[in-house]
Design a protein around this ligand. Structure first.
Ligand code: OFO
Length: 173
């Protein structure tokens, strides 16, 4: 049993994870339009990971007896100039998500809600990995600048990313 306040905060964040999925799906299409198939793959994998995050919140809330509320989805941008801009926006977005997860964790601690604290631990760790991956790619993109060959090499690296369902996760698309 979780408090009404906690379930409301988690429900709000669950919708934010779904919005993240939409954001990355749109970024995948923008990368494809730029001719960067590897980056399009990378963002598609990111989209699928976000769907897992969304489903983790969904399942947790339903298991805690919450009737979840799906909010209307907001339009996401689809006009990017470069892969560098895509990665800059990705890192900025993940930093916002990290602070939301931290706020949720603080609320769970304040409410002495041990179950939610344990549930959120996975996300605390996940956000370190998300931001780290984005920072690595950003650093490489800054190094190559406008060099087309360099960008294509990074695109080839991004093509290697594979979607793996984290063990014990609810299935998503
Ligand atoms: Fe779900 O972590 Fe990204 O947004």
């Amino acid at each position: 049993m979780i408090s009404g306040k906690m379930s409301e905060s988690l429900n709000k964040h669950m919708n934010f994870e779904l919005q993240s999925a939409h954001l990355y799906l749109s970024m995948s299409s923008s990368a494809n339009e730029m001719g960067l198939k590897g980056a399009a793959n990378w963002f598609m994998v990111q989209y699928r990971e976000e769907m897992i995050h969304f489903m983790k919140f969904y399942t947790y809330l339903v298991d805690q007896g919450t009737n979840i509320t799906l909010l209307a989805s907001k339009a996401v941008p689809n006009n990017y100039k470069s892969l560098l801009e895509l990665m800059q926006k990705t890192l900025a977005h993940e930093q916002v998500i990290t602070s939301c997860i931290n706020e949720l964790s603080e609320q769970a601690v304040k409410e002495k809600d041990h179950a939610t604290q344990i549930f959120l631990q996975w996300f605390v760790t996940e956000q370190i990995e998300e931001e780290n991956n984005d920072r690595d790619l950003l650093a490489k993109l800054k190094l190559v600048g406008d060099n087309g060959h360099g960008i294509l090499m990074i695109d080839a690296e991004m093509a290697q990313r594979v979607f793996i369902v984290p063990p014990g996760s609810p299935l998503a698309v």
